[in-house]
Design a protein around this ligand. Structure first.
Ligand code: BDR
Ligand code: CA
Length: 318
């Protein structure tokens, strides 16, 4: 199974992504780090620990990561999208399990050294922990098999500003460092994640799965769909983080993912947080460009929601 470190800001879709990974046998989730984004890193860790208990996977260690972005102070989460607690104000049953004392960046560095050339890194939140780990350990890029990042907007509008996506805008300095480092990054931007949505019928099917983690996840998704009704005109849930999780797991394949140069705008103007992807090769099939090491996923080979549903159904006893 593929060893994986997940870095997240739990987060409704982060929670669904975590359940997806637990339900995916080809993934060996070695550790989870949290970061501030949808909520603060401590609250995200509490929710993650409680969700893992519901999933009967309290053996997976959860490390609290950076509260503040590299340059700025954490300015509050995204209550309009993810509720006041990150999980759509759904209260998960509180367990006795606790996050570990190791910090998220230290956990990432340790796991990379324990699995040289094999560890996959999935980031479904702001990139602060990854950037801090890079600053501490210059060997890190050479040890990691691949980094999959949910974030950015290549050819479509942003979701926090006209040009910036939430995870990148939260810490553009960190995103710039992570995307400039000498490792293989797969960027999973809004271009593809906004096209893969869970509808009402599929959400109700999830709620009916015979496993204690599914009703709270479905309740979170109901709250999430309320927000997205304002975006799509219908109660749909954009599957940002679960889709990135599946790409990191290798359980779905992109249909179009050119390898291009990506820069992050770290200025303080209206472009802050924009992911500037050099997609000028689009009319000639994106010829290989020297130094371009970021794969930007623009299209998927299949409809993702049915695959997600089928995978989560596996959590129910046979
Ligand atoms: C991303 O931002 C967060 O709100 C979601 O959890 C996802 O990771 C989408 O822009
Ligand atoms: Ca997230």
């Amino acid at each position: 199974a593929r060893p994986l470190y997940m870095d997240c800001d739990t987060g409704i879709d982060d929670a669904v992504a975590l359940a997806y990974l637990v339900a995916t046998p080809s993934v060996d989730l070695r550790g989870i780090g949290t970061v501030s984004g949808n909520t603060d890193a401590g609250t995200a860790a509490r929710s993650t620990v409680d969700l893992l208990a519901l999933l009967d996977r309290s053996d997976i260690p959860v490390a609290v990561g950076a509260r503040d972005p590299l340059r700025d102070r954490f300015g509050g989460g995204a209550p309009a999208v993810h509720g006041g607690n990150g999980t759509g104000d759904v209260e998960l049953p509180r367990t006795a399990a606790e996050p570990v004392t190791e910090a998220a960046d230290a956990m990432l560095i340790r796991l990379a050294h324990e699995h040289p050339g094999e560890l996959h890194v999935l980031a479904t939140g702001p990139l602060t922990n990854l950037a801090r780990a890079l600053r501490q350990d210059p060997a890190l890029p050479g040890l990691v098999a691949g980094v999959t990042v949910m974030g950015g907007a290549a050819l479509v509008p942003g979701n926090r500003t006209p040009v910036a996506e939430a995870n990148i805008l939260h810490d553009p300095e960190a995103a710039a460092e992570v995307l400039a480092a000498a490792w293989e990054v797969t960027l999973v931007p809004l271009d593809v994640t906004m096209d893969h949505r869970l509808d009402e019928d599929q959400r109700q099917q999830l709620a009916a799965v015979d496993h204690p983690a599914l009703p709270p996840l479905a309740a979170m998704l109901e709250r999430y769909a309320e927000f997205y009704t304002g975006v799509f005109g219908r109660p749909l849930s954009a599957l940002h983080d679960p889709l990135a999780a599946a790409l990191a797991a290798g359980t779905v394949e992109p249909a179009l993912a050119p390898r291009v140069t990506v820069q992050v705008d770290t200025t303080d103007g209206p472009g802050r947080g924009q992911t500037i992807c050099d997609l000028r090769g689009r009319f000639t099939g994106y010829p290989a460009a020297a130094g371009a090491r970021c794969r930007v996923v623009l299209e998927l080979a299949e409809d993702f929601a049915p695959h997600l549903l089928n995978t989560l159904r596996r959590l129910a006893p046979a």
